[in-house]
Design a protein around this ligand. Structure first.
Ligand SMILES: Nc1ncnc2c1ncn2[C@@H]1O[C@H](COP(=O)(O)OP(=O)(O)OP(=O)(O)O)[C@@H](O)[C@H]1O
Ligand SMILES: [Mg+2]
Length: 510
């Protein structure tokens, strides 16, 4: 009348093996769930019984108690359907055998007893491997992602009845062929399609090489969105570790898609400006899901029309920009997600879009201009190393047939510059990740460079932070140039990206 199965609770991106105990005893027919089941697990109570009956098994007409332990961990997610169903079947003698205790089970059940695609299976498989289990029984659609974890068996099945046959030992699946890991698909866009905009192209190359955040400001139709969408095409290829992190985040967000395994290319996320704080940073009422900052991890977060985002939503970006992670605190506890992305923000210089345009008059009222610029807070802007104006194309540029350099060629230079940073910083880090002190210690300014920086401090009233920022960008430019020391021309170019006072949100602080 008692049985034990294993499930995995996923909190954030980390799974923990959970014991699912079932007891069938005297009393009126009911299913009781104990052991801190969250609202989404309570839901299983209504699903599991029809699933069991429709799969051709018997539901006991007695009092069924299911306990999830450890009891101090809140359990969320639909993945508990399968282990609860199996534990009840085992407690009524319909399943037995040693596979029951050697495998972790996870998967959402339909009322007919089919195993549906379930979020977070990669985290489930990783936890089962850490917990020393022999393998995992998961929905067929998630078998490929679970297969990314080495050292455990993955049984991907279509239904509850198959799972029961497997656990009874009356059926064994054929060995799966080793999963073929997808090659990155050729990107649909390329820098070659961008005409002119030499300075913006150069700025994005520097951003890609050093991991710097970028703000593009320009009139409508200048090509800001077009440029930003092409940034992922020049970023270096992901290492396997990075790809696994991206896959894990997309898996727990339920965005991986059936049959998918490793996410092969860097993400590009462009949330709409009406996005809420929980959409951007992560959250949710029961199950806490990663937000756009985490889904963009190891790739690009593009905030188009950044001045239209709510200010409190943008303020929330400060922690991920600073730490490369985001912590979401709820009554039930804190959940942490990785959030290490390159930020590209785009904005018009003013509400009508023509402020600073040599040929069109800006028609914005002064107070609206002030409000518009206040949207981008100083502290957020402070974390953007490269800011530049993207002008409207001239007639010759527009009509010219000359196409720009291809992404693949730019990417080669970016990879070489990253390699130099790895060698200097001693880890897979980039110049943008350096602290101010570290930048000053390792930057290697030439004496010319030093003199120039000294003059800039006086002439532009550069603050300490502005100083560090210019130094980091200059270091990246020198890396692209394969230079050991930062020379005056590198610094001059970096100072040009320092941002002019007329940029939106600029508070006049360098
Ligand atoms: N430099 C360019 N080279 C080729 N085409 C361009 C260029 N700039 C703009 N275009 C064309 O104009 C279209 C609009 O550009 P895009 O959407 O990038 O402008 P934007 O600066 O983002 O404008 P908005 O401020 O209105 O969002 C592009 O889809 C592209 O077809
Ligand atoms: Mg745009």
């Amino acid at each position: 009348m008692y049985a034990l199965a294993h499930a995995v609770a996923v909190v954030g991106v980390r799974g923990q093996v959970v014991a699912v105990e079932a007891h069938v005893g005297r009393g009126l027919p009911a299913l009781l769930l104990t052991g801190l089941p969250g609202a989404s697990v309570q839901d299983a109570r209504e699903r599991v019984r029809p699933a069991v009956e429709n799969a051709g098994f018997e539901w006991p007409l007695r009092r069924v108690t299911v306990n999830l332990s450890p009891a101090d961990l809140r359990k969320e997610g639909p993945g508990f359907d399968l282990p609860i169903a199996v534990a009840v079947l085992a407690a009524t003698g319909q399943v037995n055998g040693d596979r029951l205790t050697r495998y972790a089970l996870s998967g959402e059940l339909s009322l007919r007893g089919a195993l549906l695609p379930t979020p977070g299976i990669l985290a489930v498989a990783a936890a089962a491997a850490r917990g020393g289990l022999a393998g995992v029984v998961v929905p067929e659609a998630n078998a490929a992602e679970a297969g990314l974890v080495e050292g455990i068996g993955v049984i991907g099945l279509p239904s509850l009845s198959r799972a029961v046959e497997f656990l009874r030992g009356s059926w064994s699946p054929r060995a799966l062929p080793a999963p073929v890991e997808p090659e990155p698909a050729a990107p649909a866009v390329d820098f070659a399609e961008v005409r002119g905009q030499g300075q913006a192209r150069r700025a994005l190359e520097i951003a890609a090489a050093g991991g710097h955040n970028v703000l593009l400001v320009g009139p409508p139709g200048a090509g800001k969105t077009m440029l930003a969408r092409r940034l992922p095409t020049i970023l270096p290829a992901m290492s396997r570790e990075e790809a696994l992190e991206v896959t894990l985040l997309h898996s727990v967000a339920g965005l991986l898609g059936p049959g998918r395994s490793l996410v092969p290319s860097r993400p590009f996320r462009a949330p709409h400006h009406s996005t809420s704080a929980s959409g951007l940073l992560g959250g949710g009422s029961t199950l806490i899901r990663p937000g756009e900052v985490s889904l963009a991890s190891r790739g690009v977060l593009f905030l188009d029309e950044v001045n239209e985002f709510r200010r409190d939503v943008l303020e929330g970006l400060r922690q991920p920009l600073e730490d490369g992670r985001v912590v979401i605190v709820r009554a039930a506890g804190a959940v942490e997600f990785p959030a290490r992305f390159t930020l590209v923000a785009a904005a018009n210089p003013c509400p009508c879009g023509f402020d600073g345009d040599p040929r069109r008059q800006c028609r914005c009222l002064p107070h609206r201009l002030v409000l518009y610029r206040q949207r981008l807070s100083g502290p957020l802007l402070d974390r953007i190393d490269i800011r530049l104006r993207v002008p409207r194309l001239s007639r010759t540029e527009l009509l010219g047939s000359e196409s720009g350099e291809r992404s693949a060629a730019i990417r080669e230079r970016v990879e070489a510059a990253r390699e130099r940073q790895r060698a200097r910083l001693g880890a897979p880090r980039c110049n943008a990740d350096m602290s101010g002190a570290e930048a000053r210690r390792t930057a290697m300014l030439s004496s010319d460079g030093e003199r120039m920086l000294g003059r800039a401090v006086e002439r532009y009233g550069l603050t300490g932070r502005g100083f560090d920022r210019a130094l980091k960008v200059a270091r990246t430019i020198a890396d692209l140039d394969a230079a050991i020391r930062i020379e005056a021309p590198h610094l001059a170019e970096a100072l040009a990206f320092r941002g002019q006072n007329e940029l939106p949100g600029e508070t006049g602080v360098a």
